[in-house]
Design a binder for this molecule. Structure first.
Ligand code: SF4
Length: 310
């Protein structure tokens, strides 16, 4: 069994240790941009694909062999994690066993199911996605299982988000010609304005998906859409640089929140946030100048920290 992977440096979650609860490639969708390849088992039926006890055992083994603990445990992988029928128990027991917070990445397709919503409440962070709020575009980009109904999914998301107390990082992936017509963006905005989210994260295709000739959105277009979606929206597409060529406020927030958790070297911050080194050095220098962070040298290494110098 190799169901535990990473830790993977993640812009959104720091160092995240993944728990892959779904066999490749089992999903309720077959998105045109999926980097895991075509869906071979398109299903909406929840199952205990791997025994819960084995997953927990493997997690325990992996963590005991790690020198530095991850920031998060994340249910993700090559498929839709909410299809795992013992998800709630897995989240609860993994948290009890490790003391680590748990994040779940989901395509939102099963949120119309009461048991899925209840189980997902156990997670500390949920990263739901919705790429389209119009049925035509939803079918074109996500190629869902025939039982997935967009109106039901959106209602399920609304119900879940109205009761969920954890952090919500909402992802929208945009592809030219699939979900970027003015009516698509209007419908998405209307939906996003009606739910409680902490962040709306815009992404676009960066690697070939199951359809090769997909067109990514350029920085300028992404910036326009970010503005249209409002202040909670940020761009997380890999390789994106803002029009002003400056690090965004979000990046500064990410750095500060990481350093509040623990002192880090330049390399640690780069690995956790994905911010390129030259820009990162400049931002760190600016934060030092503003007295928001300081440096300490320990064992010959320079650590950045938000704690005051001794
Ligand atoms: S929901 Fe995720 S795993 Fe499923 S096809 Fe889409 S991108 Fe791939």
């Amino acid at each position: 069994m190799h169901r535990i992977f990473g830790p993977v440096p993640s812009r959104r979650l720091g160092r995240s240790l993944g728990i892959d609860v779904i066999p490749h490639k089992t999903c309720s969708f077959d998105c045109v941009y999926c980097e895991c390849g075509a869906t071979t088992n398109k299903t909406c039926k929840r199952e205990e694909f791997y025994p819960l006890e084995e997953l927990l055992e493997e997690l325990d083994e992996r963590l005991s062999s790690m020198e530095v603990r991850p920031d998060y445990l994340t249910l993700s992988g090559a498929g839709e994690p909410t299809l795992y029928s013992r998800m709630g128990e897995l989240i609860r027991r993994a948290k009890e066993m490790t003391g680590l917070p748990v994040a779940v990445i989901t395509n939102s397709s099963l949120l119309h199911m009461e048991d899925v919503r209840r189980e997902l409440m156990e997670a500390d962070v949920v990263l739901p996605s919705l790429d389209a709020a119009r049925a035509e575009s939803f079918i074109k980009i996500n190629r869902p299982h025939r039982r997935c109904d967009l109106a039901e999914i959106m209602q399920g998301l609304k119900t879940f988000l109205s009761g969920y107390k954890g952090k919500v990082l909402f992802e929208v992936l945009l592809i030219d010609g699939y979900n970027t017509e003015p009516e698509d963006l209007e419908a998405l905005k209307e939906f996003l304005d009606s739910v409680r989210v902490d962040r709306i994260q815009l992404n676009t295709v960066v690697r070939p998906g199951t359809i090769r000739e997909l067109k990514a959105l350029g920085s300028e277009r992404l910036e326009e859409i970010r503005e249209f979606f409002g202040p909670k929206c940020e761009i997380v597409a890999s390789g994106y640089t803002s029009a002003k060529g400056k690090e965004t406020d979000t990046e500064i927030e990410e750095i500060l929140s990481l350093l509040k958790r623990r002192p880090c070297t330049l390399e640690d911050i780069h690995n956790s946030t994905g911010i390129p080194i030259p820009g990162l050095i400049k931002t760190l220098d600016e934060l030092i100048e503003k007295d928001e962070i300081t440096t300490n040298v320990f064992n010959g290494k320079t650590y950045y920290t938000t704690e005051a110098k001794d």
